[in-house]
Each structure stands twice: as C-alpha cells, then as structure tokens.
Design a protein around this ligand. Structure first.
Ligand code: FEO
Ligand code: CA
Ligand code: CA
Ligand code: CA
Length: 600
C-alpha cells in the first residue's frame, strides 16, 4: 500500500542492505531528495562548488562537510530553519592527490572552512513537497574557525582557559568536532564538541592533557602550520585545547547572535546534549562522553524554565549542578558475554548521579570548581563513576520522560587490564553496542537516583549473535549494530541511527524505529539504509507530515578522490567538477525522505 500522508505514519521495513551497496535505500512507496550537499551555495555571493578548484574563501560561503546533528525547525507551513553540524573532513576524498601534494596550505584552508556549523532557511510549496534551501536568506549563517564563542559559567575567565591571544579566558574562536546535539525547548541548538584533541599538536604535558588524548606531536590536518594556537606546546597556547570539548549553544533565529560554550556542563568528548524540563521547572541535560570506558553525565540548571520568556531560558545552561552516573546491577548471574540472561531475566538495576559540582561548589575533594569543569574526566575518575561502552546520543523521550542512552560499542571491554563486563555493559568485546533505558526515581529529572534496564543488546540474531530486544522475539527484528544517534516521533517511538554496522553485522548503516510500549516493545524495524562507507546521522522524524530526514556522513570514506568508492548522491561521470551541480565522488548530504507522490 502506498504511504498516505494524513493517515497514521507507517512503513514496511526494508531488508538489511549489504555493506557494498552505494545507494540510499528507503521503504516501498517512499523516495528521497538531497536538501544540501557539501559545497552547495548558501549565500547570494557563494561561488559554485568545484571539487578541483575549491578555496578557503569559496568554502566559507558554501555548505560544509560531514554533516552530523541535524534539526529542521518548522516556522510555518512553507518556512523552516535547517541546523547542521559539520563534524570533520576527509581530505583524501575531497581533494585531488596532486593538489594535496602541491598545495597543502590550500587544502588545509578549505578543510578548516568545511568544519563548523550551518544554519540555512528552507522553503517548500506545500507540506507534500520536499524542503529546499533559500540561497541568500537573511538567517543563513556559517559558523567558522574565526567565529567568536562566549565562554560562560563558573570556569569562564579561569586561568585554565587563558591564552596569550585571549588573556581574559572568555572568548574562544571556532568550534571543533561537532557531533550530535539537541534542540532546546526554547528553540536554541546544543552541539557537542567531540574529538577536539585530534586538531592540536601536543606533548601530553599534563595528566589532564593525557586524559583527553592530547598527546600527539603531529596532527592529521596540520592546522598548526597556519595558526600557533593549534600547537599547545607553543608558549602562551598551553590552554588552547581547554577551550574546546564543551557544549555550545547557538540561536539559529538570530544570525547576529554570539554562540556560547557552557562550562557548567563540563568538558569531555561531548557527543551531544538533550534537555528535559523537570516537574519543578529546572532543566536537566543528559550528556555522553564518547570514548571507551568514559562516562554518562547530567547537568541540572539552577534556574527554572519560564514559558514564553526566551531571554530568561537562554541563561539556564550557564549555571547549575553537574553529575556523573554510577550503575549498579541487581542480578546474581555473572554476566560473561555468553548471552545468558541475568538470573532475574533482565539487565537492570539502580543507579546514582554522583555530584561533581553542586550549588557552585566542587564536590571533588581537593579540586576547585574550574578544575572539575575543565578536567571533568579526571574528576569523574575520582568519584567512582561507571565506565561505559561509549555513550553516544543520550536523549529523554518527550512523551514519557524516560532517558535512552546509546552505547555504541566497546571492542576493548574485558580485554587485557581493561574493565570487565558489568550488568550495564554486559558484553566482553562489545562489537554491536546496546541501548540503556533510565527512569529517574519519582519521575524527578533533578534527583540523584534512578532505575535502569537494557532496552536492547544489538546484533544480528540470524548470524548467531546473542541479542536481547526487551523480550521481543529476536527472529522478528531488523538486525541492528552500533547505535549512535537517537530521535523520537510524535507517538513516542524511539528512532536509532547507526555508525559501524559494516564492521559488526556486515550491513550498511541505517535508521531504525524501535517500539517502546505494549506487546511490540523491543520491535526494531529498519526504515532506511545509507550508502557504502557512510554513517547515518541526525535523524529528524516529522511523522505528522510523513517526512524523515537524515544526514549521510562520510560516504565512501575509504576511497580516494581519483578512485572513489562512493559516487553518492550525484552519481556523476568521471571528471564532473561540480560546476554543473554534480561531482564524481561522494558528498556528505542532508536528505529528506518522503512519500512518492500519488498521481491523481
Ligand atoms: Fe562523532 Fe561519537 O560520534
Ligand atoms: Ca538484573
Ligand atoms: Ca555520533
Ligand atoms: Ca559514532
């Protein structure tokens, strides 16, 4: 049956797609359309994309690379704002090898300008049509490496954030490694600065630097050759990397606004942050630190949400309390990775939010507040937090208030001297990842205790993987591996996008709907599959309009410019430059999936 916008959203799940397929596959009756691709123009003066002739100046006026967090904020029936993170760049597939060899400074400049964030106004003729960018719209904006970010909160101005270029420690330039994110109830965007360490030449001079992986004297992109701040061995720049690894908040509605980095929310390899308004009006933000054996965090605002007062709500994330999670299982069966369920039939237990900063005071003995907030990982190490299997997206369900944690994988669990499996991270060498469901005690999102259970242990039962889908029959689910980004539809169903499935279950990554309620709880249904060597990011589910959006990140990432492994989405002939709107090579792209129009 063809999809029927206006009726309740539904689809027939697709079969898993082999990891060699260079197509975006959608359910029967649906089609897809790119909204914006790497290099597409955003402004009236944007030069046309030409992959053979990109420059930093051109790229600054074009859509960036490797889209991750995405949201589409609908303003009225025919107007919306698109927000996108541009997490990183893949230079070997972006530039001809000869250009990389002969003009590396040019390549570095384009690469820098392809990072950051984008806000783009969208339009459409009606809600039955796909959104299109409005080139030159007043609210269109690129956030670039020289965009100033105001540093807020208790660590603003700290000596730990001061550099010779910013002795005040209050203004950082640019944002790096922006991965997942969240949209706040007051209409701002939160974006997580994740793998910032890879941009800095470093010597691992301090324990804190080592804890964040700031140890390599060289970087892949070499930006330190152009700007001394990207080498923290340079006198005066020892703290430059401390100015990254934050949650940034931006106002997509005001193109002149100054984005902010919130120190009260701690510094880590932030995957993202998602906010829930608690019953008492304070807001809780749930956050993952995506590294093997790192932690799950919660921020609770000091102030309370005021409906209709955007200016007041804009300050909520500047002041508040910071906690890190400790999980405790409740079963007597040893969890050894054999697939045996615990003695009580569930991976579950209780947990505590361990305080790091409360009421503006450090809760870590011997650590000042700014030390806790800048070296949050080290502080969390001291209080007994539970080492997790790479927390990616962490998101409260707006319908139920339950919190979902995507633990994407951890190949090192139980290996060597590393932490062994526990009930919350129950697999040794966790290849396929799992999703944890958290219920705050008493439904109080500002409290310090919770209950938890594992919603699903991912994998492919048909290949013999030991899996668990909240008790749903494992032979009736779509195989799924490496959960990464989370979203919810208007009915409260969970949507999960994946990153790493080819290395796990051998299929391309995809987007999946997961039922959470009733007899179908645990049912996983695959909605789409992304092209070869890409991950699925930024799912946005507008099921009321039968529209689903994803960011396709790093298609064909194992190829080279001259020998691409993906030609998606343009499938252009060899030599196509982009001047005609196409490129013989892959382009990270935000796409809209929508029903195929039915002829009247
Ligand atoms: Fe950029 Fe944790 O994924
Ligand atoms: Ca149990
Ligand atoms: Ca991610
Ligand atoms: Ca990932």
């Amino acid at each position: 049956a063809a999809p029927v916008p206006g009726a309740a959203f539904g689809f027939t799940p697709i079969a898993p797609v082999a990891a060699t397929v260079d197509e975006l596959t959608v359910p029967e009756g649906f089609t897809y359309q790119p909204i914006l691709r790497w290099g597409d123009p955003l402004f009236l003066d944007s030069p046309a994309f030409d992959a053979f002739d990109q420059t930093e100046a051109k790229q600054r006026r074009q859509f960036g690379y490797n889209c991750d967090y995405t949201d589409i904020l609908r303003i009225d029936a025919t107007t919306a704002l698109l927000f996108v993170n541009h997490e990183y760049t893949n230079e070997p597939i972006m530039f001809p090898a000869a250009q990389i060899a002969s003009d590396p400074a040019r390549v570095r400049g384009v690469g820098r300008a392809a990072h950051g964030l984008s806000v783009v106004e969208l339009t459409r003729g009606s809600d039955a049509e796909a959104w299109e960018p409005v080139v030159g719209a007043d609210r269109n904006r690129r956030f670039l490496d020289d965009t100033p970010y105001a540093i807020t909160g208790p660590a603003a101005g700290s000596p730990l954030l001061q550099t010779v270029a910013d002795p005040t420690g209050t203004v950082a330039l640019g944002t790096l490694g922006n991965c997942a994110g969240g949209t706040t109830p007051w209409g701002t965007i939160l974006s997580g600065e994740e793998n910032f360490n890879g941009y800095f030449a470093a010597a691992g001079a301090t324990a804190a630097d080592r804890r964040y992986g700031l140890t390599s004297p060289t970087t892949a992109r070499g930006w330190e050759l152009d700007d001394p701040r990207f080498d923290i061995r340079n006198p005066g720049y020892e703290n430059e990397a401390n100015r990254f690894g934050w949650i940034v908040e931006i106002d997509p509605f005001d193109p002149t606004s100054t984005p902010r980095k919130h120190t009260a929310m701690g510094r880590m390899k932030h995957e993202g942050a998602n906010v829930h308004i608690a019953a008492n009006g304070r807001v809780a933000a749930y956050m993952g630190d995506d590294e093997r054996f790192d932690y799950l965090y919660k921020f609770v605002s000091a102030g309370t949400y005021v409906e209709g007062s955007r200016a007041a709500n804009m300050t909520l994330l500047e002041t508040g309390d910071l906690y890190v999670a400790q999980f405790e299982g409740n079963s007597t069966v040893e969890i050894d990775g054999s697939g045996t369920l615990p003695s009580d039939g569930a991976f579950d237990g209780v947990g505590r939010w361990l305080p790091l900063v409360v009421g503006g005071e450090s809760q870590v003995a011997g650590w000042a507040v700014d030390e806790v907030l800048v070296n949050t990982r080290g502080a969390a190490d001291l209080v007994g937090a539970t080492k997790m299997d790479r927390c990616e997206d962490v998101e409260p369900n707006p319908t139920t208030g339950l919190i979902y944690v995507a633990c994407t994988n951890n190949s090192n669990r139980g290996v060597g001297t590393n932490a062994v499996a526990d009930e919350a991270n129950p697999r040794t060498e966790n290849r396929d990842g799992h999703v944890i469901e958290i219920a705050e005690d008493g439904g109080d999102h500002t409290g310090t205790t919770f209950r938890w259970s594992i919603l699903m242990l991912c994998g492919d039962p048909a290949q013999g993987d030991q899996t668990y889908f909240a008790g749903f029959p494992v032979d009736q689910v779509s195989p799924i591996s490496c959960p990464d980004n989370l979203a919810f539809d208007s009915e409260g169903n969970l949507w999960v996008s994946t990153d790493g499935a080819p290395d796990g279950i051998g299929y391309n990554d995809g987007l999946f709907r997961v039922r959470l309620e009733g007899a179908q709880r645990g049912l996983v249904e695959q909605f789409l599959s992304v092209p070869v060597e890409s991950e699925t990011c930024g799912p946005v589910i507008h099921d009321d309009e039968w529209h689903v959006f994803v960011a396709v990140q790093h298609p064909g990432e194992d190829g080279l410019f001259a020998t691409p492994t993906s030609l998606w989405p343009d499938y252009a002939p060899a030599g196509a430059t982009g001047v005609d709107g196409t490129f013989h090579g892959p382009r990270p792209t935000v796409v809209q999936v929508l029903p195929i129009p039915v002829e009247p």
